[in-house]
Design a protein around this ligand. Structure first.
Ligand SMILES: [Zn+2]
Length: 648
């Protein structure tokens, strides 16, 4: 059934477009018919309009979850330029600004609100948003929800639950890159019917795809050769490391190519300046890490060169997707070899926690002194167990899925405020029991020079008032402009549902089981690295194979504009044989790590990570990231190094 809303008029008057493209129309129709839907469109094909247009016709708020501040800002600028009442609540806003946004949302003046998923862990925000009627939940970059895709974000796994708790009637998932497995996963998690998942073609007939086999040592020359084919074309050269961006740019300048490095290590203003000049066409050649491109919408990028291998097929697809947005022929070239295979694989191994560390987390849950609840600050736990933040979050989600713990809420352990009017003035606004309570809050909040810090325990002991009431009161004071309120030290609180499995033999078995889950994930990540190499060595059309990887079955069998169709099947050069390793050599190289650790035991896994140059909380805490042994064996397979470390 077609909705009888005349959105085409809105499309013209508000957005200035004459019509929708095929995929867009299908999605908009579904959303306006009240169905949950998913839009899987390539980058640059107007996914955002799929929620922006319906948002103006839906009765209540459209809540958008977006993983990147930069993406949010771009979309907000666009919406504001069209006179649409949209806002975000994020860390860049001042206290007054976010208060004003919340007021506008509550009053129904703001139609679209953008937030990060982490915002939903904030108890104050959840309290606020649950008092607002929401028509539609939009999840941008929705592939983050699947463990089998790239950029998995554990917090996204909780979105289906939030959606229910907030009584949101329908969802819209947006992504540019999803394999059939990821699409299925997303659909199941949100109960989206197969016919409401709209996939438009991935095949881009204006992209000329090339794989150039090239040993590492010949890359500089090969790059120059590629650039000389169209010297003045707007070009992005992608590299993996910030360091490489600098050296490649320097090299090119020495060869007379005015190239500029762009990476997250540059000061913000300098980066912005380079980006602006590139957009205006004053700079033609940028050597960038993947920090570049998020939110860059330059339509006439003619050349994308991968100097280093991309991280995955998904990354490759996103990065080449920035070329030729204007539909003109553009060239994408990968300079490929297998020499850095170990380096790529070793990125994966840094994220698998040791079995002992998993057990330590489980035991900590079992030994908590707070009855059936477990309160934890992730920073502290990450440091203590040497598990990186992302896998640690994944571990907690795994424990949730196993029914061991259940998230209750998150809160800020510390609240502090400064008064903007006198305490007497505030007290005078209340009478009776409420005045006593407010007085108790102030009495329990000792003041240093300007800030009062709330002592919730004292408040409980002196007045038997729980923190929830106090937080609510403080929020109210802040809303009234009587105080300025700050919160910090994010703490997650869980219910412990299965204390029996957190001790003794059962805990051992559980840690074994979960370690296996991480190993499966690790295996699947390593396979993704190999799938990418297999793509670049394909003997059938590259464009066709890439499209099929993303569930597009309609690409031509032969595109006639890729290196394979031109008859060049790539055979990638392997690493020249590395000299064999011995235990003594690794032991010597590990000495700086052991010295720094003093009496603390270091596991073979942790030692191997150090030697392979994989950063962990431990290497950060011991400050060994710049010592001689760190990364000394980064080109060796992690498994080989680890096996030798086990013989120390
Ligand atoms: Zn082809």
């Amino acid at each position: 059934m077609k909705p009888d809303i005349n959105y085409l008029q809105t499309l013209q008057t508000v957005f200035g477009f004459e019509g929708l493209r095929g995929g867009q129309q299908q999605v908009v129709d579904r959303v306006l018919s009240g169905r949950s839907s998913a839009a899987i469109f390539p980058t640059g094909s107007g996914k955002s309009l799929c929620y922006q247009l319906p948002a103006l016709h839906l009765p209540h708020l459209t809540l958008v979850i977006s993983p990147l501040l930069a993406l949010m800002k771009d979309q907000l600028d666009f919406l504001k330029s069209r006179g649409i009442a949209a806002a975000s609540i994020d860390s860049s806003l001042s206290y007054d600004e976010s208060r004003e946004v919340m007021r506008g949302v509550k009053a129904g003046e703001i139609k679209i609100l953008m937030i990060s998923v982490e915002r939903l862990k904030n108890e104050r925000f959840r309290q606020f948003i649950s008092s607002v009627s929401i028509s539609l939940l939009v999840i941008d970059e929705a592939h983050c929800i699947s463990e089998w895709g790239h950029n998995f974000r554990p917090d996204y796994l909780k979105l289906p639950v939030y959606c229910q708790q907030l009584n949101i009637p329908q969802v819209l998932l947006l992504t540019a890159t999803a394999t059939p497995k990821v699409i299925e996963d997303m659909g199941v998690k949100f109960g989206i019917n197969a016919e409401d998942i709209v996939v438009t073609g991935f095949y881009r007939e204006n992209l000329d795809l090339n794989v150039v086999p090239c040993p590492e040592k010949d890359k500089s020359n090969a790059l120059l050769e590629q650039l000389n084919k169209s010297p003045l074309a707007p070009t992005i050269i992608y590299v993996t490391l910030q360091n490489t961006a600098e050296t490649v740019a320097d090299n090119l300048r020495q060869q007379g190519v005015p190239a500029f490095a762009y990476h997250a290590g540059l000061p913000n203003d300098k980066r912005q300046d380079i980006q602006n000049r590139f957009m205006r066409g004053e700079i033609n050649c940028i050597v960038a890490t993947i920090a570049f491109g998020m939110g860059v919408d330059k339509s006439d990028i003619r050349t994308v060169i991968h100097y280093d291998l991309p991280k995955s097929i998904e990354n490759y697809s996103q990065e080449i997707g920035r070329a030729g947005r204007d539909g003109q022929t553009s060239t994408c070239t990968v300079l490929a070899n297998r020499e850095s295979l170990s380096v790529l694989e070793n990125f994966v191994y840094g994220d698998t926690p040791d079995r002992a560390a998993i057990l330590a987390v489980i035991n900590e849950i079992g030994s908590t002194s707070q009855g059936n609840t477990w309160e934890v600050m992730l920073n502290r736990l990450s440091r203590d167990t040497n598990i990186r933040q992302l896998p640690l979050k994944t571990l907690l989600v795994y424990l949730e899925l196993e029914g061991v713990i259940e998230p209750k809420f998150s809160y800020f352990a510390d609240y502090r405020f400064k008064t903007l009017v006198s305490v007497e003035n505030i007290l005078a606004q209340f009478d009776g029991e409420r005045q006593h309570f407010v007085k108790a809050v102030f009495d329990s909040s000792p003041k240093s020079r300007t800030w009062h810090t709330v002592d919730f325990d004292a408040l409980w002991q002196g007045y038997q008032s729980d923190r929830q009431r106090a937080v609510k009161a403080l929020d109210y004071f802040a809303e009234k402009g009587w105080i300025e309120l700050e919160s910090k030290q994010m703490t997650d609180v869980f219910n412990i549902c299965r204390p029996d499995v957190c001790e003794g033999q059962a805990a051992h078995e559980l840690s074994e089981y979960i370690h296996q889950m991480f190993q499966n994930k690790e295996q699947s990540e390593v396979e993704r690295v190999h799938a990418m190499l297999a793509l670049f060595e394909t003997t059938t059309c590259l464009s066709h194979r890439l499209a099929r990887y993303f569930a597009d079955e309609h690409a031509p069998e032969r595109c006639e504009h890729c290196s394979v169709c031109r008859g060049d099947v790539a055979v990638l050069p392997s690493a020249s044989d590395l000299p064999a390793l011995d235990v003594q050599q690794l032991k010597t190289a590990s000495q700086p790590l052991f010295d720094a650790a003093k009496n603390e035991a270091v596991t073979p896994e942790a030692t191997a990570r150090y030697l392979c140059g994989i950063s962990t909380p431990l290497t950060g805490r011991l400050r060994v990231g710049r010592t001689a042994g760190f990364g000394q064996f980064g080109h060796y397979p992690f498994a080989e190094v680890k096996a030798l470390c086990e013989q120390f």
